[in-house]
Design a protein around this ligand. Structure first.
Ligand SMILES: *[C@@H]1O[C@H](CO)[C@@H](O)[C@H](O)[C@H]1NC(C)=O
Ligand SMILES: *[C@@H]1O[C@H](CO)[C@@H](O)[C@H](O)[C@H]1NC(C)=O
Length: 763
């Protein structure tokens, strides 16, 4: 018996437990086990809350403590297996976390474009659909014993500084865009939520103001982000709030860094008061891996490990990624820094999520997703969605003289050059898994025309010019030249921020020399997550076209070729500002302020506040066709009503506190916009709606409030309705972090169309 238990522990540690060929041993409540199936916590018709309390009531303190860590132990006497909480699915099921493995019947999973790329599609239904496919594959792998059900994705930190190595993982620099991405992807992953059930549990990370990894000898484990109340409410917390309130996410991860001198994982204001109190998280809060240890051992925030553990749990942390809580919680209770009730509260949050996932419902094959298996992974439909996503994500940055699309009949031979021209894993970026298969740029282009391939540089670092001559020769012989340049994980990655924004090594020289040598049109393709300063190419008359493909996923080369030859009309838009290199020489990565400071010459960050020169602006992207739009119908005014209970509160004549507005009585304002395709090709157009508060007192610039991607056939017109809600879209944040809606004329910008909307007080 004893040795069997030992074996169980060992096997469950690895996350693989099988009945043999019939299927998986249930995580808990095995119907074949006469003892455990009688437990109240196993009864599906009992209320979840009561089941959770029943289970907690059966656990010893020592058992409870060993359940507060990602590698949760088995409780054999209650028929509960061990569980590994850490799985990842940023843009496809990933093997970055120990909860997920590839092999056997599951050699691979569909690998979608990196998130910064899919963000460029500005297509919420695409994000949702990707989430649905990823969670199908995740459930299939869980059923096969290869994956968990708790995924620590997405990463919704604001891409604040262009050097950030993890900017590629995020939906970009705009809080509204990031919030919409978070909600759409999380909905896709977690399912429709019927009966509070979860398909898989997603997690929005890293809360909050975490967007520096390792720059100028300052790393994320020691960084203290100094963030104003205004920036926190207006920028850094917005995607997290949207993720919890709109996305109904089942988890939030706190970060490594400190915010204003406090480690986020031990800050009750950030965790207990904000996430759980104000946003009402229905789920669990997890630490970034070893954050609790980091706040004691590296930040020296507490005197003892027990204090670190107690402060974190009391601040609202429920789960530790790492062993720290398992080791020090008992001591913290013994030292009276923590009570068993505190532990029970954390445990209830964890077990509730497991119950919502169906982990205590017995036979897993009876679960609504219990029949998904190997046949549901890497299906043709899933792989086609990866291709669609890549198509929708590609951004056309320059197209002088309509050099693109190329024509397979006129450009019969194409020189394909560059260190990223025939890559596979580079295309899937970080937090990826094993892709079902790849189409490299070279393979994609070869489907259309004869190609001459030259790498030009050995790798993206491009340390030497030995291969330049052969690349120039190739360009000389071809009818057109495509250079696929950029970055990879050796340049931008987790724990690796960039020093500057230029293409690495001699890449720039290779591009210029090949361009000079080429006969036909030259197309520069940039494969990178963060932005690059490619002013040299913009200004080179020999370079006609520039495309940004981000990290386009397993089908990236196929989508790129379609765009090059005009089978697909590009419609992506940049989700972040492309700054000139000089910008980063003036701005320390450690400065969190969004607004410029004229006194110090600090230029501010992102399109909302930085008004200096750019290489390409946020929202930029061209098409092979020509779109125009006109405002067909738009309200001119909106009146705000005070909440009944607050009829005697004072209102300045300038603005009303958002928390005093009766938002149920503020109707959604419908803006109808006609989008006309006046060009020669069908295509997708993205409407970006910005608003600008009344000038003067708020010194605010325009910011995105809504967006909509619409497909319009050549020669036709589509009417798009965009809803603007005064409470959600017209408020500003004052320097105390308080949201207010200013009275007066707000301006809405939709492309070059401007519309004035008057906000007034009813009564
Ligand atoms: C309304 O006014 C009364 C009397 O001045 C005050 O006691 C009460 O707190 C006020 N209500 C609110 C919601 O401000
Ligand atoms: C948005 O994405 C979905 C899913 O791929 C696609 O069906 C739809 O056509 C896209 N919308 C536009 C306007 O491109």
């Amino acid at each position: 018996m004893r040795s069997l238990f030992l074996l169980f522990l060992l096997v469950s540690f690895n996350g693989f437990l099988f009945w043999g060929s019939e299927g998986r041993v249930p995580f808990a409540c095995d119907p074949k086990n006469a003892i455990t199936r009688g437990f109240k916590f196993c009864r599906v018709n009992v209320a979840t809350h009561a089941r959770v309390q029943d289970l907690i009531g059966r656990l010893t303190l020592q058992e409870k403590i060993r359940l507060l860590v990602n590698n949760a132990i088995a409780i054999p006497r209650l028929g509960i297996q061990g569980y590994e909480w850490w799985s990842e699915a940023l843009h496809g099921v990933s093997n970055v976390g120990p909860g997920t493995k590839f092999g056997g019947a599951f050699p691979a999973a569909t690998s979608f474009p990196q998130v910064i790329s899919t963000a460029a599609s500005f297509n919420q239904s695409l994000w949702n659909q990707i989430g649905r496919v990823v969670s199908d594959e995740a459930r299939a792998m869980y059923n096969g014993g290869m994956a968990g059900l708790t995924y620590w994705s997405p990463n919704v930190n604001i891409f604040r500084d262009p050097r950030w190595g993890r900017g590629q993982e995020t939906p970009g620099e705009d809080p509204v865009l990031a919030g919409k991405y978070a909600a759409s992807y999380v909905h896709g992953l977690q399912g429709d939520g019927a009966g509070n059930r979860l398909k898989v549990a997603a997690c929005c990370k890293h809360y909050t103001a975490y967007d520096l990894d390792n720059w100028n000898r300052i790393d994320r484990f020691h960084f203290n982000a100094m963030v104003s109340k205004q920036d926190l409410e207006e920028t850094y917390n917005v995607p997290f709030k949207a993720c919890v309130l709109d996305g109904k996410v089942a988890s939030v991860m706190c970060s490594y860094n400190q915010v204003n001198g406090k480690p986020t994982c031990a800050d009750p204001d950030l965790l207990r008061h904000t996430i759980r109190g104000q946003w009402r998280l229905n789920g669990y809060i997890v630490s970034d891996c070893d954050s609790v240890q980091v706040l004691h051992e590296r930040q020296h925030y507490t005197k003892t490990p027990e204090e670190a553990v107690a402060n974190s749990i009391r601040a609202g942390l429920d789960l530790d990624c790492g062993p720290y809580l398992a080791v020090y919680t008992e001591g913290a209770i013994r030292n009276k820094l923590l009570s068993e009730d505190d532990v029970n509260r954390a445990l209830a949050n964890l077990i509730t999520v497991q119950m919502r996932l169906g982990m205590y419902d017995g036979d897993p094959s009876a679960h609504p997703y219990g029949r998904l298996g190997p046949k549901d992974v890497c299906t043709p439909a899933h792989q086609d969605l990866a291709l669609q996503a890549a198509r929708q994500s590609i951004v056309l940055l320059q197209n002088n003289g309509n050099a693109l699309p190329l024509s397979p009949t006129r450009h019969r031979t194409v020189a394909v050059i560059g260190p990223n021209s025939d890559v596979t894993v580079t295309m899937i970026g970080n937090y990826a898994g094993v892709a079902c298969g790849y189409t490299t740029p070279l393979q994609g282009i070869t489907r259309y025309v004869r190609t001459i391939h030259q790498a030009g540089c050995v790798d993206v670092s491009c340390g030497g010019n030995q291969l330049f001559g052969a690349a120039e020769d190739a360009a000389r012989q071809a009818d057109a030249t495509v250079l696929v340049m950029g970055l990879d994980q050796s340049i931008e990655a987790e724990a690796r921020d960039r020093d500057g924004l230029f293409l690495p090594g001699l890449q720039q020289e290779l591009v210029s020399r090949v361009a000079l040598a080429s006969n036909g049109p030259v197309v520069l393709v940039l494969m990178c997550g963060g932005p690059a300063d490619v002013s040299f190419a913009k200004n080179d008359p020999k370079i006609s076209a520039i495309l940004w493909v981000g990290y386009p996923g397993q089908a990236g080369g196929a989508a790129l070729a379609e765009v090059l030859f005009g089978t697909t009309n590009p419609g992506g838009r940049l989700p972040m500002t492309w700054y000139p290199h000089e910008y980063v020489t003036k701005v320390p990565m450690t400065t969190m302020d969004m607004r410029p400071n004229p006194a110090t010459g600090y230029p501010g960050r992102t399109y909302r506040f930085y008004k200096g020169p750019v290489v390409f602006p946020f929202g930029y992207g061209l098409s092979y066709t020509r779109f125009t739009h006109t405002l067909a119908q738009a309200p001119k005014e909106v009146s705000l009503t005070r909440l009944q209970a607050l009829t005697n509160s004072t209102i300045t004549n300038q603005a009303m506190r958002l928390s005093h507005v009766d938002c149920n009585k503020a109707p959604e304002l419908g803006f109808h916009i006609d989008v006309k395709n006046e060009g020669p090709m069908d295509g997708a157009h993205t409407l970006l709606v910005y608003s600008k508060p009344p000038s003067g007192k708020w010194s605010e610039t325009k910011r995105l409030v809504g967006f909509h991607r619409v497909h319009v056939p050549s020669g036709s017109k589509e009417r798009v309705k965009i809803g603007v809600h005064a409470c959600d879209h017209l408020s500003v944040v004052d320097m105390f972090g308080i949201r207010r809606i200013p009275f007066g004329e707000h301006e809405l910008h939709i492309g070059d169309v401007k519309h004035s909307l008057s906000v007034q007080q009813l009564n």
